[in-house]
Design a protein around this ligand. Structure first.
Ligand SMILES: *Cc1c(COP(=O)(O)O)cnc(C)c1O
Length: 361
């Protein structure tokens, strides 16, 4: 018997496992496993969704002109250099499809975001991982992996799941030393949470040449993870490539309306960032008081080191028994750590109390 066989690359990856959201027998789950914004969706986005229903029989504007204009206005960018996607995952995969493929190599950092590896392998690329320094991208280690087959470097800044930030001077140094024909993708999914004056989410490097792309998302601070909306800011030739490889209607009209309303929500960004900075500092302090090691974090989560995989598993079970789900990051090669999303003050208190109790057991 013969059956249809997919390309061999398909079986080189395991299906992605996202943050869990249910615990059997627990009515109110505290979900701190997927770095979703602390405050739910913006109210204006809900109202906008309700309004687009009657026009749902019409195809969306495939070019997303109104949404791109709104993004451009909000962030001071040229809308002609923006491409929208079905989540930023969509755009990351499209870039890999367009610039990668069999015989090419993609570089990421050792604990970089898993989608680069999954999409890279699926496209037939060889994925190389550069060792890190203190869980932070090591530019020299990345450069050491570059060879004539290298086509792309993917870095999340801040990175998930480590939460660490690469200094802008290091990002600039990396770009300067990479060959000009190597595409640098700066994934700035957590850009809006960063409160470091030196930080640039990637705009300056995109503007400085023709070989750097920045990706952003509505899934984190904007509270629209379930809607699936992301965007890329890129040099004109790369915008042209993305517009050829993306599907014509990769963002729905409903999601576009929700996205525009989220951008227009008064004080949403400022409130989200201010809450995150405070709540992250407080949670970090409380976990440190309990005797835990918390890595320095620039995004809306903290990475907590329990010293051993066994203890991390025990802490995870302890929290689950109390209705709290955080993220184990074993698949990222960090089995001794748990990643905890910054939720509301109440949620942060509960997880801090839970882990203090765990440490005193
Ligand atoms: C959450 C996240 C994204 C966002 O993905 P979407 O597809 O836009 O939801 C991208 N990159 C990193 C590093 C992330 O953590």
């Amino acid at each position: 018997m013969s059956a249809p066989k997919p390309r061999p690359e398909v079986f080189s990856v395991s299906p992605y496992v996202g943050g869990e959201s249910v615990l059997p027998g627990v009515a109110r789950v505290i979900k701190l496993s997927s770095n979703e914004g602390a405050f739910g969706p913006p109210p204006g986005a809900l109202a906008a969704l309700a309004q687009v229903g009657p026009k749902m029989h019409r195809y969306p504007d495939g070019g997303m002109a109104a949404l791109r204009a709104a993004i451009g206005e909000k962030f001071g960018l040229d809308p002609a250099r923006i491409v929208c996607g079905n989540g930023s995952d969509d755009l990351l995969a499209l870039l890999i499809q367009a610039y990668g493929g069999p015989g090419t190599e993609l570089i990421m950092s050792a604990h970089g975001f898993s989608i680069y590896e999954i999409a890279g392998k699926l496209a037939g690329c060889t994925v190389r991982k550069a060792a890190e320094q203190a869980l932070t991208t090591d530019v020299d280690a990345v450069l050491a992996l570059v060879n004539p087959a290298t086509k792309m470097v993917f870095l999340a800044n801040p990175n998930n799941p480590t939460g660490t930030l690469l200094a802008q001077s290091e990002m600039v140094r990396l770009r300067a030393r990479l060959p000009e024909d190597v595409l640098l993708v700066i994934d700035a999914a957590y850009a809006e949470y960063v409160d470091d004056a030196d930080y640039d989410p990637g705009v300056a490097l995109v503007d400085a040449g023709e070989n750097t792309v920045m990706t952003r998302t509505f899934s984190k601070i904007f509270g629209l993870g379930g809607a699936r909306l992301g965007w890329a800011y890129a040099p004109a030739p790369i915008v042209d490539v993305l517009n050829r490889v993306r599907m014509p209607f990769n963002v729905s009209s409903a999601v576009a309306a929700a996205g525009m309303a989220a951008l227009a929500e008064p004080d949403w960004l400022e409130k989200g960032r201010a809450h995150n900075t405070q709540a992250r500092r407080r949670l970090t302090e409380r976990l440190a008081q309990a005797g835990l090691k918390v890595h320095p974090a620039a995004a809306n989560f903290v990475l907590v080191d329990f010293g051993s995989a066994e203890r991390a598993v025990a802490a995870d079970m302890f929290l689950r028994a109390r209705g709290m789900i955080v993220r184990n990051v074993k698949s990222y090669g960090l089995p001794e750590c748990l990643r905890i999303t910054i939720g509301t003050d109440e949620e942060c208190n509960l997880v801090a109390e839970g882990l203090s109790a765990f440490c005193h057991e």
